[in-house]
Design a protein around this ligand. Structure first.
Ligand SMILES: Cc1cc2nc3c(=O)[nH]c(=O)nc-3n(C[C@H](O)[C@H](O)[C@H](O)COP(=O)(O)OP(=O)(O)OC[C@H]3O[C@@H](n4cnc5c(N)ncnc54)[C@H](O)[C@@H]3O)c2cc1C
Length: 436
């Protein structure tokens, strides 16, 4: 996705591009063909609503920027209500044909196993980056392990948390500043609520591992339901322990268990549920997590999940041009930069292609402003996200700077989302105009 889009954008800006691909010679467990733009799992680009949905807005921006992935998806669209579903085989064949017939693009098949020290490169090798290259990247970036089974915890929109139930407090009020002493959001549970929650966790539908993968979890990163299977009290002595916390609404009541949420971005609009990495199926997650007091009406910016993933700690390793700080001739793009999903990956390819082409042409080009969907994503991965807890991210409105004069909370949501998308479209159009 990202490599195809990057090549297309740079080639359209007059740059000669060599597009490297290791398939079909060297495969991955998920890809089936040697085509560019192969969708490895679902055939959906998710919502196409560019007024009320952040991924729909990303579609809009990619179309405005003459994106190959979006224009080809539009040509091979399948009926799917408000979503953009794609006929995957003709889609990938058309992406491949467009790239191969571009006068500025040549292709070179074979695995790249090193980070080259000369030339300008964009590495868009995805969540299934080949092991040899993964090792080379890990060596360069000082990361011990880059590829692992990624257990992701769900992320909740702060505005959807019931603050009449939840309260802000760090365990034992730890921290020097008030901000640190109130770094966590706490949701209390009675014994009955805890028992019902454990029952629901144990009964929930879980995702099985894909063929070819073997489960190897990081220590301290066990899925929540695996912990529950080890004993009904395990969670109460682990991520749900109630000690060191006093319910700010009812100080006299001692909670039997507490679920903690930690801020996930600098804006404070997103919170992740601490220690709640899970392999429950999406539908089951929404049901089970809404049993947590304070989260009954939670909206999720991202649900949890487990799959093999290779991604950089981009907030520390990449500059705002997506270049590796230690080797500025190398850019990264796509899922390997810590975005998640076909559309987000292709969008980061679009930016990397344009930024690299501008640099080669001696032109000054910055990324789009943070008020746009592409800008919000690139700002998140190259600095806005907390580096310590950095996890792959879908585009969502929680990444956007707040709007002045529009009310918060659930009631104002429609108006607010329209405000975000109107502002983004204007700012993105201006950014594009600045380049022509
Ligand atoms: C099992 C699985 C299921 C997924 N399901 C979905 C889903 O349903 N919906 C969704 O939106 N996202 C899904 N994703 C995430 C999805 O992979 C990304 O959204 C998207 O494909 C990433 O795009 P990308 O361009 O970064 O990587 P990819 O599309 O994977 O492209 C990377 C390319 O680099 C090539 N490559 C890797 N290493 C080398 C090397 N050393 N030398 C040369 N070439 C190399 C690969 O062959 C591949 O063609 C899934 C991921 C996995 C692993």
């Amino acid at each position: 996705m990202a490599g195809s889009e990057a090549a297309w954008q740079a080639a359209n800006m007059g740059i000669k591009v060599v597009l490297h691909e290791m398939r079909p010679e060297t495969g991955t467990f998920a890809h089936q063909t040697g085509n560019f733009g192969e969708m490895v799992c679902s055939n959906s680009f998710r919502s196409d609503d560019s007024e009320q949905n952040a991924v729909g807005l990303l579609h809009w921006e990619m179309r405005a920027a003459n994106g190959l992935i979006m224009q080809t998806a539009d040509q091979h669209r399948l009926p799917a209500g408000g979503a953009l579903a794609v006929d995957r085989e003709p889609f990938a064949e058309a992406v491949t044909a467009a790239l191969k017939s571009h006068p500025n693009i040549s292709t070179d098949y074979g695995e790249i196993a090193e980070l080259p020290s000369e030339g300008m490169w964009i590495f868009a090798t995805g969540p299934l980056t080949s092991p040899a290259l993964g090792e080379a990247i890990a060596k360069e970036t000082g990361t011990d392990r880059l590829a692992f089974f990624d257990a992701i915890a769900p992320i909740v929109y702060a505005e959807s948390i019931d603050m009449d139930v939840a309260w802000l407090q760090s365990r034992y009020d730890k921290g020097e500043t008030e901000e640190e002493q109130k770094a966590y959001l706490n949701c209390p549970m009675t014994k009955d609520q805890y028992e019902a929650f454990i029952d629901a966790l144990l009964a929930a539908d879980k995702t099985e591992f894909h063929e070819g993968e073997t489960a190897g979890y990081f220590d301290g990163c066990l899925p929540i339901e695996v912990m529950a299977e080890r004993g009904r009290e395990t969670l109460r002595h682990g991520p749900m322990k109630p000690i060191g916390l006093t319910n700010a609404h009812r100080p006299e009541e001692k909670a039997y268990a507490v679920v903690q949420l930690r801020r996930d971005n600098k804006l404070g609009t997103l919170y992740n549920i601490v220690g709640f990495q899970t392999k429950m199926k999406y539908g089951a997650q929404a049901e089970v997590f809404k049993m947590i007091p304070g989260l009954e009406n939670a909206s999720f910016a991202r649900l949890g999940g487990i799959h093999r993933n290779t991604f950089l700690n981009s907030p520390t390793l990449l500059d705002d041009q997506m270049r590796l700080k230690s080797r500025p001739n190398i850019r990264f793009a796509g899922q390997v930069t810590g975005v998640e999903g076909y559309v987000e990956s292709a969008a980061m390819g679009l930016l990397a292609g344009r930024l690299a082409a501008a640099e080669l042409s001696g032109r000054d080009m910055g990324p789009p402003p943070g008020s746009t969907a592409m800008g919000a994503l690139i700002h998140h991965i190259t600095g806005g996200a907390e580096a310590k807890t950095f996890q792959p991210m879908n585009v969502n409105f929680g990444l956007f700077p707040p709007l002045d004069g529009i009310r918060g909370g659930r009631k104002g949501r429609k108006e607010r989302y329209k405000g975000y998308t109107d502002r983004a479209k204007e700012d993105f159009s201006q950014w594009l105009e600045g380049q022509s």
